[in-house]
Design a protein. Sequence first.
Length: 572
Amino acid sequence: MNEKRPFSEESPENAATASGLDFVRSIIAEDNRTGKHGGNVHTRFPPEPNGYLHIGHAKSICLNFGVASENGGMCNLRFDDTNPVKEDVEYVDSIQEDVHWLGFDWEDRLFYASDYFERLYALAEKLICMGKAYVDALSADEIREYRGTLTEPGRESPWRNRSIEENLDLFRRMRKGEFADGELVLRAKIDMASPNVIMRDPTLYRIRRARHHRTGDAWCIYPMYDFTHCISDSIEGITHSICTLEFENNRELYDWILDTLGLFHPQQIEFARLNLNYTVLSKRKLIQLVKEKHVSGWDDPRMPTLSGLRRRGCPPEAIRDFCSRIGVSKADSVVDIGLLEFCMREALNKTSPRVMAVLDPIKVVVENYPAGQVEWFDMPYQPEDESKGTRKVPFTRELYIERDDFMEHPVKKFHRLAPGQEVRLRYAYYITCKDVVKDEAGNIVELRCEYDPQSKGGGTADGRKVKGTLHWVSAAHAIAAEVRLYDTLFTVENPNACAEGATFLDYLNPRSLVTVTGMLEPSLAAATPGTRVQFERLGYFCADPDSRPNAPVFNRTVSLKDSWAKIVKKEA
């Protein structure tokens, strides 16, 4: 287990403005004060349907839907589906599920960039007619070469000064499918000497023969993101186009396209994206993890995807709380994964019923307890809240406790079970260890104990106290369950910073998943997928979709502090 460092809920990067608002909300508040956009706030969340959403997208979702809701405005969900080679209906469906799961609703405002293909095409022709776009025959490699560098201006394409008539003819023939993929592109005609490399005649359209998930084979040319995005914002009446910092240099092109075409001009605002340690959030790397089967799929609980976090048992309110705590800033920073785990515990502590499970069992035989007798104890689901109800838990002569809760030769201040040492069994009796049974190899296989019949319910007539309280399950009634214990997927804080000759895959954690057979109290036999509970003294767990009646499978959502380290040490 990688040791997690303390996190800070406040940092200079996340410091609020004097108004108590982050800088995005401050901009919107000032716009509302001055009457800009008529006091309207209309945002959008515009994912590309080429992968599953991850925790970084959650920050954008919470921000866009959040500021709209706070100002009585609207937020659209729009799919930027302009690259059919990488897009799939599976991703479209998963994105909608994730946004709803997080607690947000776009109502009737579900849009696709492909809805605007005809309008985009017409606007591209308008740029050609204005002398602001041309058809280029340079290859992709040649375009990169001609673009120049940060210190050297670019060179004009030999085809930059085609006539408007020739450009229109070629563009229309591109649409008809007369040219091969990559043979021609449409480029904006801006400034090959611009200090902003993005403004050096960027590509607006490319030829790509690929079936689109919504338009089928109707098109063989597709608009580029930078051309599509700003026009889609304008068409939908977006007032504040909130995006991450990597689009800051693209804002000049965003403005140029809208201003040149004379379209309604939303305001683009950039904020720092989420970076989380021990994690990769690059969609390319996440796709590689899935395709090369380093994980079981997009919803593998080790993945930072929203579907993976959901399967792991993370409640949506924990993610919303996490996004609120990290705040919105202009400065790039790395958030400690410990903060996400803290938010999980905070949310789960309020809602998860307490139950008992033993993940590394050792048998206890209570020798003076009557053989065949079963005693049912009424145990609360939430000791602090009686309204949560109770369940019946059986107590018998043979029990299971955690192996780590016994030590044959106890160290100082070990207050759990040891030879001659007395402990309390949660809600049941006091027991004292009298003997230790070992196999031929010297391994401890059984503990022989005696109980105090006068200690029923956890107290004694003579008022004596014990320092150790253990959880337990009846061996005769225990439900065997597959329990999956998760750690970070990577062994280093920044798997993106690779040593020479290494890739991020070299830092995969071989112990990111440890599977054990746990013994659960019988109330969990019928646990349905998605059921969240706290295994007392062990952590928060969630029933996996693989669960079946009387054969539950539980994923560890988050530990109770250091209990994970104890379990893994025994498995190593």
